[in-house]
Design a binder for this molecule. Sequence first.
Ligand code: PLP
Length: 394
Amino acid sequence: MYNEKMYKLGSNRSVIRDLFEYGKKLAAEKGEENVYDFSLGNPNVPAPEEVRQSLEKLISFPDSTVIHGYTSAQGDFTVRKTISDYINERYSAGMTPDLIYMTAGAAASLSITLSALKEDNDEFIVFAPFFPEYGVFIGNTGAKTVVIGPGENMSLNLTEFESKITENTKGIIINSPNNPSGVVYTETQIKALCAVLESKSKKYGHPIFVICDEPYREIVYDGITVPYLMNYYKDTIVCYSYSKSLSLPGERIGYIAVNPECTDAENVYYAVCGAGRSLGYVCAPSLFQRVVADCIRCKGDIDAYKRNRDLLCNALEDYGYDFVKPEGAFYLFVKALEPDAKAFSDRAKKLGLLLVPSDSFGVKGYVRISYCVSYDMIKRSLPLFKTLAESYAE
Ligand code: PLP
């Protein structure tokens, strides 16, 4: 009567969503002030003022059929031109509007790109820890997901990576700054990764694509730069999103950019357009296509996230927790104080601390703390993190 695979996906909520729903129930019972919800990656920093200004300007436009009407399937040309010019200004990538496809956020960008590339027997590689939806998006194309365990300090494990590439490897997904670890892969690691890809592409006689999932590119601290993969490896496709950088997650807006240097770039782009069409993703939200073009140089208040990171990291370090200090995104990936991350998360839950157990990120024994919450909530939660640590010392 219905698709069993889809039923399973729909009826089994993600662990993150489960915790979030539990938090809402708990807040209704115990009061908002007694729940410390670190489950979701929903930015608490407001969208930049320019977003409001752009919206006001757009909705005052006399002909509303322009503003609310369909754009080209791949997105409005002027918007794509603004984005490609900006990519060239920042990364000298030789981008053109005809290689940009506007999407409803990174989730759509990834689903379209994977579907555009997938052929029979294909495999896609992901690096743990990873965004749990990768398995869902890859699974939906019918391809196999191959997981690489984490390297030292949550870096790329290149030895395992090299050993797991096969002739069926169609592509890999890279996410840096990373959700859930906050790690930014270094240029040295990226160069080493590209060297492996080049030699394996040559060996198997076909390109192995790098799909860069980049919702957190702009959210970095301490002057860190995030290598732009197109500058290092030709067969690169960028899946960008404004959900986090402009705090617009509910507006569903992002893009796919195919590297002009990519093998058969034009045809890969046509495959992207075809996948967008077949998945029903043509014409990303037209109002917000224009807003992001208007706000191309804007950023949210990254300093607010940095303050949160520093408050949390300093306190948790004092209490004896073990973690890699994040250089980007707004997540802290902390080692659980017992091997079973779910049991640790359950114990934290009893104190009102909602921390996501790591198993669905492809790593055991950690929890993810989303610190895109108010500074005040973090401050009030610190005694509970201390109590939690002490409960294991007893
Ligand atoms: N990729 C990663 C790593 C994410 O963390 C998220 C959202 O949290 C997404 C993709 C999906 O982002 P979007 O809201 O743009 O679809």
